[in-house]
Design a protein around this ligand. Structure first.
Ligand SMILES: N[C@@H](CCC(=O)N[C@@H](CS)C(=O)NCC(=O)O)C(=O)O
Length: 208
């Protein structure tokens, strides 16, 4: 039995959807950000990074969305959530997921978490003001070069689709018009219609 620690509206949605999609035996435990539970002693013992997601497995605790997504895909091969039989395609999946994790997510974090990088309020404001451009540039690149269609990797659906859908949820909040990116917009709409995605999004919203 796996346990996912998540908070609604965060990148943990990707791991949550992937677990459900994989038909995994799991429990989802909400970490209440409004009470700063992610920084509580109890949670920091579990995940010293003070972030979600964290996935408790029988062998230990995993953090970092790309690692969790690959773990779910590899431990549930019947769900076909990664091109496990194709070394190059699997590396491409990881390259895409790494870009979302290390570049797109970090660009987005400059809107609400600028205090991680600067103390000067003017610098924090300047970082915030830049978010529509930096996040917009990331999605322009994805639209042009990386969302091959109909899925991220082309014909094969994978956890990259779940992860892209998750970060695309944040576009409006980052003041980026999704309609600038027709492929991303259509991908997001198609993903949202999937019963598994709809179920987990609704479940997280009602838990919020
Ligand atoms: N690189 C990590 C990032 C995790 C992360 O930053 N999660 C955010 C939510 S999207 C969080 O827990 N923030 C809480 C905080 O900063 O206090 C991943 O991709 O899993």
């Amino acid at each position: 039995m796996l346990t996912l620690y998540y908070a609604p509206g965060t990148c943990a949605l990707a791991s949550h959807i992937a677990l459900e999609h994989a038909g995994a035996d799991y429990a989802a435990v909400r970490v209440d950000f409004s009470r700063s539970e992610q920084r509580s002693e109890e949670y920091l013992r579990l995940n010293p990074k003070g972030r979600v997601p964290a996935l408790v497995t029988e062998r230990g605790i995993l953090t970092e969305t790309p690692a969790i997504l690959q773990y779910i895909a590899q431990t549930h091969p019947q769900a076909k959530l990664a091109p496990l039989d194709d070394v190059f395609a699997l590396a491409q999946m990881n390259a895409f997921n790494s870009y979302l994790c290390a570049t797109v997510h970090v660009a987005h974090a400059h809107r609400m978490r600028g205090y991680r990088w600067a103390d000067d309020p003017a610098a924090v404001e300047a970082m915030k003001a830049k978010v529509p451009q930096t996040v917009g540039d990331c999605f322009a690149l994805i639209e042009r070069d990386y969302l091959l269609g109909p899925w991220v990797l082309g014909e094969r659906y994978s956890v990259s689709d779940i992860y892209l859908f998750t970060l695309a949820q944040w576009l409006e909040g980052d003041s980026v018009d999704v309609n600038r990116f027709p492929k991303v917009a259509e991908h997001r709409r198609r993903m949202a219609e999937h019963p598994v995605v709809d179920r987990i999004v609704s479940r997280e919203q009602s838990a919020a």
